[in-house]
Design a protein around this ligand. Structure first.
Ligand SMILES: Cc1cc2nc3c(=O)[nH]c(=O)nc-3n(C[C@H](O)[C@H](O)[C@H](O)COP(=O)(O)OP(=O)(O)OC[C@H]3O[C@@H](n4cnc5c(N)ncnc54)[C@H](O)[C@@H]3O)c2cc1C
Ligand SMILES: NC(=O)c1ccc[n+]([C@@H]2O[C@H](COP(=O)([O-])OP(=O)(O)OC[C@H]3O[C@@H](n4cnc5c(N)ncnc54)[C@H](O)[C@@H]3O)[C@@H](O)[C@H]2O)c1
Length: 484
């Protein structure tokens, strides 16, 4: 066993999308940087989340779209080619190898230490490598934790004996279970229910609340996706909680799931999509006065608030601000230069929308739920605007009325909602539900982050006949309502 010590300007723990990007940016700013990773460079997103899940969903959505195109419908009636879908998924998960990321890390001059990193007092990280060696890393300026999250399981009797599926089992699945129970009604539950129902499982979603699925978004989003999932053959049960699980005939036998209403059901696998817990149980938080297993609360410069002297930062899922890859990478692009500016005693540009201010984290977090129909949103929902006491006009439009939508699909069904801040005459929230809407999301994000006055939007002319004409119809609806 060897013990070694090294010093760097910046030590990053966790090489998911957030950690990789913060190390890249500190290195680009001239600070010596090292990253510690105990699994694969690229993190959950590359191997067990975004990439493989979207590879499973793409054929589902493409087939649904094609089935709505006259002349094409009959050609796509058959089942999905499951081995081909899985093979493509394997490719999109880079066959669970991180060689490309290793090369990239080298190209941006960031050192890599493979092993489990733990804080060991201020500015210290101790890494236990696979070969039993210990490497002590000392940070001259900052340690940045980017260890992400793991599945949050409910406290259920029998759970550890049934080998429940997590996002990892679902996204890396090698077979399609005949019957799949999905617990939860959030994004992971909806996306995986959509994929596996189309791949051939009989899916039953068990949703705890009575508000239905996707309930952090505008209510019509969950309603439209519920209808589509039911049409696809999935069963959705609302207001039901799992009280117990057991594989009555041992490992490999079906799992019996008991529910709080006294009923039960049997499935071949049970997927828990019940949210995320911070991956901080065993990273030495106790050595710096924090509780193991807690989220790392940060200020707007990504410094962990409860740690003195400002040397500990946290970016990505682990800070619980916005659990999405693109938002973690955004945070990293801000935190990296910010750490460098502090290290060089340079002034910060941290006013609203400044280079060192993560303003979009609170004003404009975009999200696509890659289900059928697609759900896309950015900024506030109506409920959030109400809660924040914002005066908004809510403008709805039936996307199916657009010439572009009718061209896109026969019987197109979709809905748009745009929230206009009446005090500032700017857009503060957008939700689109409907096929082909994911690529509209960036226009909505630009409208919000640029705080573009609605009057100027009239000059952004959408091409005919495209679904982006929804912007024009929203403006017309708003204008005509005001004129009345
Ligand atoms: C099924 C699913 C689908 C998703 N789809 C999308 C999507 O389509 N779009 C989107 O934007 N988001 C999606 N997300 C969310 C996205 O995966 C996360 O927001 C993103 O992975 C967070 O990045 P991160 O870098 O913060 O953490 P992670 O990706 O979790 O990476 C953390 C890294 O830290 C490492 N690590 C942890 N502890 C230690 C330690 N002690 N020492 C060394 N290394 C350590 C881990 O091994 C891991 O590599 C999805 C999530 C799930 C579960
Ligand atoms: N396309 C995307 O952008 C994408 C895809 C997947 C995940 N993500 C992100 O990853 C994060 C995690 O997603 P998620 O779906 O796991 O979490 P989530 O928080 O979005 O949803 C969790 C769901 O589980 C339910 N739940 C929680 N505890 C429960 C319990 N004990 N019993 C029954 N139900 C319970 C909740 O009510 C909720 O419906 C989210 O922030 C999401 O935005 C993003």
């Amino acid at each position: 066993m060897n013990d070694t010590s090294r010093a760097y300007d910046v030590v990053v723990v966790g090489a998911g999308p957030a950690g990789e990007n913060v190390a890249d940016r500190t290195s680009a700013a001239g600070l010596t940087s090292v990253i510690v990773e105990n699994e694969l460079l690229g993190g959950e997103c590359s191997f067990w989340a975004c990439e493989p899940s979207k590879a499973l969903l793409r054929p589902v959505v493409a087939r649904a779209d094609a089935r709505r195109v006259p002349g094409l419908r009959r050609a796509v009636q058959g089942p999905l080619d499951v081995p081909a879908v899985f093979a493509h998924r394997d490719k999109m998960a880079a066959y669970w190898k991180d060689d490309d990321q290793v090369d990239w890390l080298e190209s941006v001059s960031v050192d890599l230490v493979r092993g489990h990193g733990r804080l060991d007092g201020p500015r210290q990280v101790v890494v236990e490598t696979g070969s039993g060696d210990t490497i002590r890393l000392t940070a001259r300026h900052a340690v940045c934790v980017a260890t992400g999250t793991v599945t949050a399981f409910p406290d259920l009797p029998g759970l550890d004996t049934v080998r429940p599926w997590t996002n990892r089992d679902a996204t890396a699945a090698r077979h399609v279970p005949d019957r799949l129970a999905v617990v939860g009604g959030g994004v992971v539950a909806v996306e995986m229910a959509t994929a596996f129902q189309a791949l051939g499982s009989q899916v039953t979603m068990l949703v705890r609340g009575t508000k239905g699925i996707l309930n952090r978004m505008e209510p019509f989003a969950g309603e439209m996706v519920t209808e589509a999932l039911r049409e696809a053959g999935a069963e959705l049960r609302f207001g039901t909680s799992v009280t117990g699980v057991v594989r009555e005939n041992g490992a490999g036998s079906p799992v019996r799931i008991t529910l709080d209403d006294g009923q039960s059901l049997v499935a071949d696998e049970i997927l828990f999509a019940t949210g995320r817990a911070p991956h901080t149980q065993d990273i030495g938080l106790e050595t710096v006065g924090l509780n193991p297993g807690s989220w790392l609360e940060v200020d707007d410069s990504f410094r962990v608030t409860d740690v003195p002297d400002g040397w500990l930062y946290a970016v990505g899922d682990v800070n619980h601000r916005a659990l999405m890859t693109h938002q973690g990478k955004y945070q990293a692009r801000i935190a990296g230069p910010l750490i460098a500016a502090r290290a060089k005693d340079e002034p910060l540009d941290d006013g609203r929308w400044g280079a060192h201010a993560p303003t979009a984290d609170s004003a404009a977090v975009p999200q696509v739920v890659f289900c059928e129909p697609e759900v896309t949103s950015v900024g506030l929902t109506t409920q959030e605007a109400e809660r924040a006491g914002r005066r908004v006009d809510v403008v709805d439009y039936d996307i199916g009325r657009l010439a572009g939508a009718v061209q896109y699909a026969d019987g197109y069904s979709g809905k748009a909602r745009v929230l206009i801040d009446t005090d500032r005459n700017t857009i503060v929230g957008v939700t689109f539900v409907g096929p082909g809407t994911q690529e509209l999301l960036y226009s909505a994000t630009v409208a919000i982050t640029s705080e573009m006055p609605v009057d100027r939007l009239w000059h952004a002319v959408p091409a005919f006949p495209t679904i982006s004409e929804v912007w024009l119809r929203i403006l017309e609806t708003y204008r005509d309502r005001a004129a009345r």
